[in-house]
Design a protein around this ligand. Structure first.
Ligand SMILES: NC(=O)c1ccc[n+]([C@@H]2O[C@H](COP(=O)([O-])OP(=O)(O)OC[C@H]3O[C@@H](n4cnc5c(N)ncnc54)[C@H](O)[C@@H]3O)[C@@H](O)[C@H]2O)c1
Length: 272
């Protein structure tokens, strides 16, 4: 259902890779709600070709940008300024760990891969906001959102150095949110999303167990990518103007549950 919540709003959406991607769903929902935006991803991801389909569907331009490259980000914002003047929202939906990809255990991290993962998954968020602020591209009461995961606060084996990346990402949102709020009345938040079956998600070993466990621990069940897109739309809309510098759990209640009955039932009766 559409409520025209983003009518007249312009934005940039990072990270739609295929129709499983959270960013893909956000683009579809934002379009339905009346937004116009530029879609961007790393050049290598764009070469895979699937983004064109989304661009057609949402009547948007595709501008390649490696989110770790200041030069690419500057070109991207210049394209946005040319097309829209100023913009109202940015979605950072980017994550990648080379240590995870190569199956290197956390305790044996390769630091070159570790730093690259931080750059892609976290520091890129700082870079995007730095360029946005320098180029004065955000309208007042604009909204910037990045996607996080509860491994920033708790240990989930196999999530590996992405846990550190998410902790840094959330900290960047809080800190940059302070300055962006004071300077331009722009809000900055992270959404801590349930495990979701996407390309990035499925790269984590034992991901099925992650999803199933979270499903049984969450009173509402896991939040889908589409539900996450709805939440992003609400954060880009004028209905959440005073929400900033927050890490917002969008996880069906998972983060507040110690143990659920469903999980307890699996462990049987306690032997005293
Ligand atoms: N899937 C989950 O379970 C889950 C849960 C919580 C949070 N998240 C987060 O959601 C975000 C989106 O991930 P997703 O699950 O939709 O997976 P996805 O694989 O569809 O999206 C990840 C995106 O990051 C992009 N990317 C990688 N390197 C890049 C670079 N250098 N420059 C620009 N873009 C780059 C990829 O091309 C891809 O589009 C990530 O931050 C992820 O950590 C995912």
């Amino acid at each position: 259902m559409s409520y025209n919540l983003l009518k007249g709003k312009k934005g940039i959406i990072f990270g739609a890779l295929n129709d499983q991607s959270i960013a893909w769903k956000v683009a579809e929902r934002a379009y339905e709600e009346g937004a116009e935006f530029i879609l961007t991803n790393a050049p290598v991801a764009i070469r895979m070709g699937e983004l064109d389909e989304l661009a057609k569907k949402t009547n948007s331009d595709v501008v390649p940008a490696d989110a770790t490259s200041i030069e690419d980000i500057e070109k991207l914002f210049d394209a946005a300024i040319k097309k829209f003047g100023k913009i109202d929202f940015i979605l950072h939906s980017i994550g990648m760990s080379i240590n995870v990809r190569k199956g290197i255990p956390y305790t044996e991290s390769n630091y070159e891969f570790y730093m690259k993962g931080m750059d892609i998954s976290s520091v890129s968020f700082h870079k995007v906001m730095k360029v946005a602020m320098q180029k004065e591209v955000m309208n007042e009461w604009g909204s910037i959102v990045a996607l996080s995961y509860i491994a920033a606060q708790r240990v989930f084996p196999n999530y590996n150095d992405m846990s550190n990346a998410k902790a840094l990402l959330e900290s960047i949102a809080r800190n940059f949110g302070y300055y962006f709020g004071e300077k331009n009345k722009v809000r900055v938040n992270t959404i801590s999303q349930s495990p979701t079956a996407t390309t990035a998600g499925s790269g984590v070993s034992g991901f099925d167990a992650f999803i199933n466990y979270a499903e049984d621990m969450s009173p509402l069940g896991n939040a889908s990518a589409l539900a996450c897109a709805d939440y992003c739309v609400s954060l880009f809309s004028d209905l959440t103007k005073y929400v900033t510098m927050q890490n917002l759990f969008h996880d069906g209640g998972f983060s507040s549950v110690g143990v659920s009955q469903k999980v307890m039932d699996r462990f049987g009766t306690l032997k005293m």
